[in-house]
Design a binder for this molecule. Structure first.
Ligand code: G3H
Length: 259
């Protein structure tokens, strides 16, 4: 049981990346509890072509559906892109922005992430803004500076309290099978929470990077960890269920601060 304070509800977000199909959505619909674990909100972000199918599959559940990226533009000659309004029309309520895989594979900059964030909010979506240092940054003890620089540049000036979530994802922990240590997570989340307080924009701060059923309890007990952004472990309904149950049990006796 944790005595740490958290912004409610604790967000458990599955980023399916380029994985999943209708059959997996059906399994989730069958195997995931209709009601979220106590104190938690569950969100699944499948590939964009599955957003509408996911909304149908979770129609009787408390699960929200999100996209994995969107354009900063509303329409026009942007082959392959998806506007935030299109995601809303498909049924999404959330969108992941600035994931390190998009920053590295598509050279997405923090400035673009800020533009996308503003456009997504205007369309009615809640962006999940990803930040996090590389292994090289950490080895050079530059991780906190990198995190703050990314926060500054990836969040629009107009951002208001509760309009988005921040996901701290150290790049070196993603898909590695080993999450950042509790001390590393605590240090980064404290810095992010402090920055948000100074800017007067309280937002939930999520941790991402090899979160599993076995680490969910200890990570969710850390002060200023208000949720998880989960890749691999979100592709299996049983592990997604267990993560929720372990978080709910950990938060059971904690004191909480409202959003
Ligand atoms: O968006 C999710 C993160 O990239 C974490 O992925 P992972 O849980 O497979 O490490």
């Amino acid at each position: 049981m944790s005595n740490a304070t958290h912004i409610e509800p604790f967000l458990i977000i599955g980023n399916w990346k380029m994985n999943g199909d209708r059959e997996l959505l059906q399994r989730f619909s069958n195997d995931i509890e209709v009601t979220a674990p106590n104190g938690c909100k569950q969100i699944i972000c499948p590939p964009s072509v599955l957003v509408t199918t996911a909304c149908d599959a979770f129609a009787d559940h408390s699960i929200d559906v999100g996209g994995q990226d969107c354009s900063q533009h509303l329409s026009g000659a942007f082959t392959g892109d998806l506007s935030p309004n299109m995601l809303v029309e498909a049924g999404a309520r959330w969108v992941i922005l600035g994931h390190s895989e998009r920053r590295s594979s598509y050279s997405e900059t923090s400035e673009e992430v800020a533009e996308k964030t503003a456009a997504a909010i205007k369309a009615g979506l809640t962006p999940i803004i990803c930040i996090g240092e590389s292994a090289t940054d950490r080895e050079a003890s530059m991780h906190l500076e990198v995190i703050v620089d990314q926060l500054e540049a990836s969040t629009p000036e107009t951002l208001q309290a509760g309009e988005a979530a921040i996901a701290y994802e150290p790049v070196w922990a993603i898909g590695s099978g080993v999450s950042a240590s509790e001390d590393q997570v605590r240090e980064a989340h404290d810095v992010i929470a402090k920055w948000l307080i100074q800017r007067r924009v309280p937002l939930p701060v999520l941790y991402g990077g090899s979160v599993k059923a076995t680490s969910a309890a200890s990570l969710s007990a850390i002060q200023n960890v208000d949720g998880f952004l989960i890749g691999g472990a979100s592709l299996d309904p049983e592990s997604f269920n267990t993560i929720g149950a372990n978080v709910a049990e950990t938060l059971g006796s904690s004191s909480r601060s409202g959003q």
